[in-house]
Design a protein around this ligand. Structure first.
Ligand code: GLN
Length: 482
């Protein structure tokens, strides 16, 4: 097996056993990034020096007999909206082009404490707003399976980095599907944990009641291990759950007694490709073969999810992004004539079109006169969507659906039609509104050789059930794309 195909679990074992040096792994992956990332553009910045220095430190520790660390010597890529102290954290925006945070995200501290090596920061849609990584102000990430196609988004760079074999692990953030949808397009495992399971401290906020950080990996075990490392309560995030996720990290192919629900609403949607539908149904057959019982369930309110999401997420974004005014944070226009001009021109120059569109929408739905009609109503619908899931989870343990209505689309295909773009998250958004965990696991390839993803959803804090179930679909290493 080539170094770039090794799982995180395998790397950790080999490094701890002294079979391979962390430095060799890092050098190998950096060489692969050098060779191919000029085409894929998964990374916004690559940590050549610090990754090598840290690998040497780890090798020295191992040589001295210290093999502590569940991710010892394992390289990881981070979405560039996660703060790493003194490291560039751009959010793929001109607004933060040279921002170096004075602190690290809690998840970053946890990774470092377990011996992981940060290999670079990955591209995203600006401030995580998008579904294709085409809204990045910095570069266009390509899908490693077909460079004419998007990698999905907004965590497109992280998904592409794992699919291209640049790193065995990556972190992304998921506000409405930004981990699961790119995982689906890039043929890797991507998981959004239960809201509150992972601290958001040090994640640049988009929609604070929806945002969660989660893992990308090429195996289910690696994704589960990474989630185990980053989850847990944190006083620095008031929405962080007090209890730690119970993860067994030990999966097998027996699903006896498990009830899996197929929501009729998710299989009769306009725009669902026949190929994706067939592949997802075939995957649920595998669950049945492993002993699961398959049942139909109903989620009558999810048809309102996309509309509800675009009210709540934009409302929260308009508030969260108000700090980027050239004074508190972010790009500052140097030609301003007075303070109002400074705010408005700094924001005009720093933000891209989609971010501006969201801020305007958010301000609109929050403004006096529209607040009740839009924002308040959206909160009520959100509650009803959560109740749909509560009811479904009183009947089944896990819900299965497509992760996205199609496989990866062509670069440029949807850029002129924001609504068409928003609809690519139709299956993922409800989980964020309800706060429940969701995973996307590769289950097939379409006739063009592009990956198809199966989404599995479970009730709050049942994250482990998602790994247990997806292990049956995907219990081997997913090959890298090339
Ligand atoms: N695509 C969705 C959006 O543009 C979700 C983004 C995300 O999860 N960060 O809002």
């Amino acid at each position: 097996m080539k170094v770039y195909e090794l799982s995180a679990v395998a790397i950790r074992e080999k490094v701890a056993a002294g079979e391979i040096k962390a430095r060799e792994i890092v050098d190998y992956l950096l060489a692969r990034i050098d060779e191919f990332d000029s085409e894929i553009c998964a990374f916004v910045s690559v940590e050549y020096e610090s990754a090598r220095t840290r690998a040497d430190e780890i090798d020295a520790r191992v040589a001295a007999g210290d093999t502590v660390g569940r991710l010892l010597g394992v390289p990881i890529a981070l979405k560039d909206n996660l703060c790493v102290r003194d490291g560039l954290t751009t959010c793929a925006s001109k607004m933060l082009e040279d921002f170096r945070p004075p602190y690290s995200a809690s998840v970053v501290e946890k990774l470092l404490a377990e011996g992981a090596i940060i290999i670079g920061k990955t591209n995203l849609d600006e401030f995580a707003m998008g579904s294709s990584t085409e809204n990045s102000a910095l570069k266009q990430t390509k899908n490693p399976w077909n460079k004419k196609c998007v990698p999905g988004g907004s965590s497109g760079g992280s998904a592409a980095a794992v699919a291209a074999g640049f790193a065995p692990l990556a972190l992304g953030s998921d506000t409405g599907g930004s981990i699961r949808q790119p995982a689906s397009y890039c043929g890797v495992v991507g998981m959004k944990p239960t809201y509150g399971a992972v601290s958001r401290y040090g994640l640049v906020a988009f929609g604070s009641s929806l945002d969660q950080i989660g893992p990308f990996a090429r195996t289910v075990e690696d994704a589960a291990l990474l989630l185990d490392v980053i989850s847990g309560s944190d006083d620095r995030d008031s929405t962080s759950a007090k209890k730690k996720l119970p993860l067994t990290l030990d999966y097998n192919s027996d699903l006896t007694g498990l009830k899996v629900g197929l929501p009729s609403e998710y299989f009769n949607t306009d725009g669902l490709s026949e190929e994706v539908k067939d592949a997802v149904i075939a995957a649920t057959e595998k669950l049945k073969d492993a002993g699961a019982e398959i049942k139909e369930v109903h989620l009558p309110m999810v048809k309102y999810a996309v509309g509800t999401y675009y009210i709540i997420a934009t409302a929260e974004a308009s508030s969260n992004l108000s700090r980027f005014d050239g004074v508190h944070y972010g790009h500052r226009c140097d030609k301003a004539t007075d303070i109002i001009d400074l705010f408005s021109r700094s924001r005009e120059e720093g933000f891209g079109d989609e971010v501006k569109r969201r801020i305007m929408l958010g301000n609109y739905v929050l403004s006096a006169g529209y607040y009740d009609a839009y924002y308040l109503r959206a909160l009520k619908v959100r509650q009803r969507i959560a109740e749909d899931f509560d009811k479904a989870f009183s009947e089944v343990d896990v819900i299965a659906s497509p992760a996205a209505p199609t496989t990866a689309f062509k670069i440029g295909e949807k850029t002129s039609d924001p609504l068409a773009m928003y609809l690519s998250d139709i299956y993922t958004i409800s989980a964020n509104l309800a706060g429940i965990p969701g995973v996307c696991v590769p289950c097939a390839q379409d006739s063009n050789g592009l990956p198809v993803g199966l989404q599995l959803l479970a009730d709050n804090f049942k994250d482990d059930l998602l790994f247990k179930t997806s292990y049956v679909i995907n219990n081997a290493e997913n090959g890298v794309a090339f």
